[in-house]
Write a protein that binds this ligand. Structure first.
Ligand SMILES: [Zn+2]
Length: 574
């Protein structure tokens, strides 16, 4: 299964540079950096009082003449959960929510004509198997729709959630309540409650969702006999940028002993050397190896970075890449190179990239608001003296889809006239942010790869190792183009059905093909009730059945395929 796609050499902007690159101070030992998600921020807003309470909230009086309009959760990219007060189901969202990752929840409102200006309470309620928590804000709402500014941090009701606030079972409710207990209020169906009944399932991916990278400081002795030093500060920059962009619960970084390269002018040679190192050390299938070469090697190595573009999702592939620390740019370049390692091509080489280009090569435009979970400077803050890049804290990174970016991909020296257009990290248009498209695709990959490193009790990291006490499910998502994405999540789905009831045949064949069995599953449904995916409980079927084999699915799976039964075959590797 181990197929390796095209090699991707990345020629980072080779402008005449100056400066020393990374901070050369600090340690050179092995060090573990992780726990990016454990910031202890409390929820609050600059407007009004914020309060957090555990347990079922007291019933409130739904506010009259005002309705919840747009609801979004942002963990790097904005994911609309509601629009015009209508809930958006999992299958119609631009990207998945990640459990165990902090998030920013925002809600805007609309008012009826004649709305009487007054203080309004907004209550965010998170309901999960682990319990219920409410977060209360209040603010003055005037007669005009403003201040109701989606582009500013405090322009709407805004809640900052800690990493542990969102679990795999969390559902969300937003209520707008009368602040004055003597008012009559409105019925929940009139819009002050989102959704009108129950809670909206965030359907958060609840796997390990950890990217593990072994950082290999390297040099070519033909150029410089001293490998780059990975200082603590540099390591932190790498960690923060990876955590802010990638759909992860955590990142785990280690620093390797220095490596002398055979020939850094030859990308494939470096890759082969890294592959050999990674395979010899056998840390696990989920580990990525990324070499960083100092700026002194810049012209000799002649690239910004390099990665194999991996195309399959099974263990055993070599997850290796490297970057040159041009003027301290590795924190910028390594998210890009690791993106290749996660199977992402350049935006202009990706026929399915969204939003599609109106003209010319796509520069990685983004449709959603960005948000940094960890504050601090953007990795390109030194290069572009744009105020918002100096500290990303509480900055909503504007979407770029509305900007005319033709010709912008390789010529970014005119950044100042364009303004803060942060394009997708798989483009060449710096400074980067991440698009919802890339974030979603990374999430699929991270879910799969990180599950390799999370063996169930008593077994290896294969799918079949799920056991009672650590139940897991295989999630299959069928896309409109007929491809299948898969990842492993914790827990078993509720509401299992057999295929017969749904016109689907889902069978697992053993590796020898000598037997097959029908499986029960829970369907993932889109907004019109169509089946867009399956959640198949793993442990119930016995480890042996899953250690290797082929899953065969036949039936109408999505709205677009309703008239054409499709057979999907997925190889399950042990
Ligand atoms: Zn590239």
């Amino acid at each position: 299964m181990a197929s390796v796609g095209l090699a991707t050499g990345c020629y980072a902007g080779l402008e005449p540079g100056q400066g020393e690159g990374a901070d050369e101070l600090g340690t050179d030992g092995s060090e573990v950096g992780s726990d990016a998600g454990e910031s202890g921020e409390s929820d609050e807003s600059s407007d009004g009082d914020a309060g957090t309470e555990a347990g079922e909230p007291e019933p409130g009086i739904y506010a009259d003449g005002i309705a919840v309009d747009r609801v979004e959760i942002n963990q790097a990219v904005g994911i609309d959960l509601g629009m015009g007060g209508q809930a958006i189901a999992e299958g119609s969202r631009v990207a998945p929510v990640i459990a165990g990752r902090p998030g920013l929840v925002r809600a805007s409102w609309s008012i009826d004509a004649g709305f009487e200006p007054r203080m309004i309470q907004a209550r965010l309620i998170l309901t999960a198997d682990e319990g219920t928590t409410s977060y209360v804000l209040e603010r003055y709402v005037g007669a005009a729709p403003g201040p109701n500014d989606w582009g500013s941090f405090d322009g709407v009701f805004t809640w900052e959630l800690d990493a542990d606030a969102i679990t795999g079972s969390t559902a969300i409710t937003v209520e707008l309540l009368e602040d004055d207990g003597s008012r009559a209020g409105a019925d929940a169906s009139e819009g002050a409650r989102f959704p009108a009944t129950g809670g909206l399932d965030l359907a958060a991916i609840d796997g390990p969702m950890t990217v593990k990278v072994m950082i290999v400081p390297a040099t070519d002795p033909n150029v410089d006999s001293t490998p780059i030093t990975i200082s603590d500060a540099f390591l932190d920059e790498l960690r923060v940028n990876l955590y802010n962009f990638y759909p992860v619960r955590d990142v785990e970084l280690q620093v390797h002993e220095p490596l002398l390269l055979n020939a850094c002018y030859d990308g494939p040679s470096v890759m082969a050397q890294l592959s050999a190192l990674r395979n010899a050390e056998g840390l696990g299938d989920e580990w990525y190896y990324h070499a960083i070469v100092g700026n002194s090697n810049e012209s000799y190595c002649n690239t910004g970075g390099y990665s194999w573009l991996l195309e399959d999702e099974f263990p055993g592939n070599d997850r290796v890449s490297f970057s040159i620390n041009h003027w301290g740019e590795s924190p910028n370049n390594w998210t890009h190179e690791l993106g290749h390692c996660h199977g992402r091509p350049h935006t202009w080489e990706d026929g399915t990239y969204q939003p599609a280009a109106a003209d010319g090569p796509d520069c990685g435009r983004r449709t959603t608001w960005g948000y940094a979970l960890l504050p601090g400077p953007h990795p390109k803050a030194n290069e572009w003296d744009f105020p918002a890049l100096q500290d990303l804290d509480d900055w909503l990174v504007p979407p770029t889809e509305g900007l005319g970016l033709s010709g912008y991909c390789l010529g970014h020296s005119d950044y100042d006239t364009w303004g803060p257009a942060l394009n997708d990290m798989m483009s060449y248009a710096y400074p980067y942010w991440i698009s919802a498209y890339t974030y979603r695709e990374l999430a699929e990959r991270v879910a799969i790869v990180s599950s390799y490193g999370s063996p169930a009790p008593g077994g290896g990291g294969d799918l079949g190792a799920a056991a009672e006490g650590d139940p897991r499910s295989l999630n299959l998502v069928f896309t409109a183009d007929g491809s299948v994405h898969q990842y492993v999540s914790r827990g078993w789905p509720k509401g299992l059905q057999s295929g017969g009831e749904l016109g689907l045949r889902v069978e697992l064949r053993g590796a020898t093909q000598s037997e097959s069995r029908a499986l029960k599953f829970a369907p993932k449904r889109g907004p019109e009730g169509e089946i867009r995916g399956l959640v198949i409980p793993l442990g119930e079927h016995g480890p042996n059945a899953w250690s290797a084999g082929e899953l065969e699915i036949e039936g109408a799976l999505t709205g677009s395929q309703a008239d054409a039964p499709t057979t999907h075959r997925l190889v399950i590797e042990g």
